[in-house]
Design a binder for this molecule. Structure first.
Ligand SMILES: C[S@@+](CC[C@H](N)C(=O)[O-])C[C@H]1O[C@@H](n2cnc3c(N)ncnc32)[C@H](O)[C@@H]1O
Length: 299
């Protein structure tokens, strides 16, 4: 029988599907032989690295994921615990949406967006609305306004796959070995230890004032948060955990030097090229230089 590989169940800005090879090269070369490894991803987003790593390294028997976005985390928990009920709701929405004309689809989308933003829904309804909106909104973006309301307009996909039963079931199966948390990344420090490996993929520091896409959640992620993250990485090293972190590669205006080279001077930094398809500004799609920082030493 063919087994379906689990893959991200949503499109997510900053998704790492295109960078998996680079992530692999930054991991310890003997990772597949290690036992009792715990994988921790404090900014999980769409989970491209999570799903890949758990299937590539079956010796990782336990994982912990976290994100600050409560609706995203509610969706992970619902897929883990109640996949059948979720699929039932998504199938109903898929049937209702697909048979409408363009105007009807737009109105249906706006009604579901209002319901989602009311934040008065059961976990299963929140999760099904979250997936529905991701599949039918403009470009699969997730963006909130200052009140924390999802405000992405309707997209124009002809035949969006709102309910991918096979993938949701495969994801649910894989999530059985994953603990799912919602909060600031710093709350995962308590799990750091000798057998842990962290992959850190924070909201990127914008390359310019106009290219910013940091509104995954209220509050954003500013330079103070980038410094907090660097201190977190130092702490991980002190607690003998391994980490790999991704970020953009901006030049600091004041010094004319790359921002992260200064911040992470004591760690290994590698420059990579990432194809980018989701960006609010079409000029910033294409191949973008990124960096990978780590404390892994492969001889
Ligand atoms: C670049 S995305 C991660 C993308 C992910 N690697 C993927 O493949 O889809 C960054 C994530 O960090 C989350 N985030 C933002 N601020 C955070 C914080 N302070 N603590 C934890 N997560 C945060 C956002 O909600 C977003 O999902």
């Amino acid at each position: 029988m063919k087994t379906t590989l689990a893959k991200p169940f949503i499109k997510w800005a900053g998704g790492k599907t295109q960078l998996l090879d680079e992530v692999k090269q930054s991991l310890p070369t003997d990772l597949c032989q290690r036992t009792n490894v715990i994988y921790i991803e404090p900014f999980v987003g769409g989970g491209a690295v999570l799903f890949w790593i758990l299937q590539e390294y079956p010796n990782i028997t336990h994982a912990i994921i976290n994100d600050i976005n409560p609706e995203l985390i509610c969706t992970y928990q619902t897929i883990k615990n109640s996949p059948i009920e979720l699929i039932d709701q998504l199938e109903i929405m898929q049937m209702q949406y697909i048979r409408l004309d363009a105007e009807g689809r737009k109105n249906y989308f706006l009604e579901k967006r209002r319901l989602f933003n009311s934040k008065q829904n059961s976990d299963i309804t929140t999760a099904s609305l979250f997936i529905f909106l991701n599949k039918t909104c403009f470009n699969g973006l997730y963006r909130v306004n200052s009140k924390g309301e999802f405000n992405v307009p309707h997209g124009k996909y002809t035949n969006p796959k709102i309910c991918d039963n096979e993938n949701l079931l495969a994801v649910s199966k894989l999530l059985q070995k994953v603990d799912i948390l919602c909060g600031d990344f710093s709350e995962t420090l308590k799990f750091a230890g000798e057998n842990t490996i962290f992959y850190l993929d924070p909201p990127y520091k914008p390359l310019s004032n106009t290219s910013s896409f940091t509104s995954y959640a209220i509050g954003g992620f500013d330079d103070k948060d980038q410094v907090r993250l660097r201190d977190f990485c130092k702490q991980l090293s002190q607690q003998r955990a391994l980490f790999v972190a991704s970020n953009s590669d901006p030049i600091e205006k004041k010094t004319g030097k790359p921002f992260f080279d200064q911040l992470y001077y004591q760690f290994r930094i590698k420059r990579v090229c990432a194809p980018r398809f989701i960006n609010a500004n079409p000029n910033n799609r294409g191949v973008v230089p990124e960096i990978m920082i780590s404390n892994v030493t492969n001889l």
